[in-house]
Design a protein around this ligand. Structure first.
Ligand code: ADP
Length: 517
């Protein structure tokens, strides 16, 4: 297949302004684009649902409608799967070279960098995330595209020393085919690029289903993927409301044309998709909920621990799967830590994320507000102490919840056992390292964990014994394209980012050349 690359030049339609991006020290100035779309993208075309149905997207800060997108169903998705399948097999994407794929990904990366302000505007409007955090997510999300553009050219096989002289043994890596990618609302950009750029780098084609709360960011990225010039059918995005999510998920899992599923979202939906993939023995990567412990030992630097706690807990209003969920604080420093943290929490600026300096925006939707409220009420009724906060903030809007700190948690409280996904610090006091580890590990979730200690021996012991896939040691922000992101226990299967992110989308083929003379 001839894949046309025009690397020297960006051909941008509907230019609206000037974008600045600094890439590897080089400043780029280009025309930027209107990126808000109201159609999905299948086989290189912007399309509506066959049924003609659409659904509305609202701004969580004020609940105003900011756009509509197609409410697609299984018929639409079947077509998208077909186009991804044809692009992979008949139209020859499986024969594309790593260099061609890397060039397309680099071009997409450059366009994403140049248009960061416009993407951030859309992201804040539909997710409620403060604009500074949207820009932060864009840097993070873009970094996956850059990283996998680089990794594409290093998907090496092996020549294996043979036990028989007349044989040559080779292991090669081949793309699996069509990948179905289902993503959540809390990182509307990065969860797509982390999956899609790995899949495309490996040589797969993709059908992406973004979350119903945040499809506009997904479509903005898609507009730039179109501009980057991915061949028709390589990059497909279908939008649907919640009512069609289950049937679409089932189709992606059961279609014989889909080779792999990658899902980020709730453990409940992940469990269902895992079951659905079992019929076709389909490959699946799952990045599910966590219940992250954040342990502060008495030897810790308290300033660093307080900063780490703020970063880990309040990013995206506590709505990240690696947010600290249970704060375990050692007896001797407990009161001092709570006092310092409470002062920081009181100073947080709350409001519409598009306003300057806002640090805490709204929660994403009513079901999140209800969940956070129920968890806090449950803890209060069972005897927890609310040190600060604990209420909805209706003066800001219907979806705002006050940054909160609660102590005296007990193991019969929902806050203790489940992931809250909200701006609530839940504190448990402990006496010994063994007790902290016992509490931290008494969870079926094992995504991220954090601990603060300046005792080297303790650092090594706890790093080994803490049952999570990722650990921040004296650090509250751990995400990076270079790192392997993923969980153990019920928090998931597989790894995203890092060199291992490619493994989700390739299989190893063993070639045995025999009877050689
Ligand atoms: P949350 O509860 O935080 O919205 P979910 O796991 O429900 O997390 O949603 C994450 C993604 O999974 C979204 O894109 C959503 O539309 C999708 N989803 C929800 N239910 C299903 C399902 N039964 N099958 C497939 N995808 C689903």
């Amino acid at each position: 297949m001839a894949i046309l690359l025009s690397l020297g030049r960006f051909t941008l339609g509907r230019a609206v302004g000037v974008g600045f991006a600094k890439i590897n020290g080089i400043s780029l100035i280009r025309r930027t684009m209107h990126l808000q779309q109201n159609q999905a993208f299948v086989n290189g075309k912007w399309v509506g649902a066959r049924s003609g149905e659409t659904f509305e997207i609202t701004n969580p800060a004020n609940e105003q409608v900011i756009g509509t997108v197609p409410d697609m169903d299984v018929d639409d998705v079947n077509e998208a799967i077909g186009s991804a399948y044809d692009a992979f097999y008949d139209k020859g994407w499986h024969n594309s070279t790593a260099k061609e794929r890397a060039a397309l990904l680099k071009k997409w990366f450059h366009l994403l960098e140049i248009n960061r302000q416009e993407i951030a505007r859309i992201m804040t409007a539909e997710s409620g995330k403060p604009i500074a955090e949207s820009l932060g997510e864009i840097s993070y999300g873009n970094s996956f595209v850059e990283w996998f553009a680089e990794e594409a050219r290093r998907i090496y096989g092996e020549i294996v020393p043979t036990p028989q002289a007349n044989r040559q043994m080779m292991l090669v890596k081949q793309p699996v085919g069509v990948a179905g990618l289902i993503t959540p609302w809390n990182f509307p950009h990065a969860m797509i690029t982390r999956k899609a750029s790995a899949a495309i780098a490996a040589g797969c084609t993709v059908v992406i289903k973004p979350a119903e709360d945040t499809p506009l960011t997904a479509l903005a990225l898609t507009k730039l993927a179109e501009e980057a010039g991915f061949p028709k059918g390589v990059f497909n995005v279908i939008t649907s409301s919640r009512k069609n999510a289950a049937s679409i998920g089932e189709l992606l899992c059961k279609s014989e044309k889909v080779a792999a599923i990658s899902f980020t979202g709730s453990t409940e939906v992940g469990r269902l998709l895992y079951k659905q993939c079992s019929d076709g023995i389909k490959r699946i990567g799952l990045e599910l909920g966590g219940n992250a412990p954040f342990i502060v030992f008495s030897s810790a630097d308290l300033d660093k621990a307080v900063t780490g706690a703020m970063n880990s807990k309040f990013r995206n209003c506590g709505q990240t799967c690696i947010s600290a969920n249970r704060f375990l604080i050692q007896d001797e420093i407990h009161d001092e830590f709570i006092a310092r943290l409470t002062e920081k929490i009181k100073a947080l600026k709350i409001g519409d994320g598009s306003h300057d300096g806002v640090q805490i925006g709204p929660l994403i939707n009513h079901s999140q507000v209800n969940k956070v409220t129920e968890f806090v009420e449950d803890a209060k009724q069972k005897g927890a102490h609310v040190v600060y906060g604990g209420h909805q903030l209706s003066q800001h809007g219907a979806l705002f919840f006050e940054p909160t700190i609660i102590t005296h948690l007990r193991d019969d409280m929902r806050l203790y056992k489940e992931e809250i996904f909200g701006p609530v610090v839940s504190v448990i006091r402990f006496k010994t390292e063994e007790e902290a580890l016992q509490i931290a590990n008494a969870s079926q979730r094992g995504l991220a964990g954090y601990f603060y200690s300046n005792d080297l021996n303790q650092v090594f012991r706890v790093s080994k014994l803490l049952e999570t896939g990722m650990i921040g040691i004296n650090e509250g922000l751990i995400s990076s394209a270079e790192a392997a992101f993923g969980g153990i226990k019920e928090s998931g299967i597989g790894r995203e980012g890092s060199k291992y992110g490619i493994d989700e989308y390739v299989y190893i083929k063993y070639l045995c050349y025999g009877s050689l003379e």
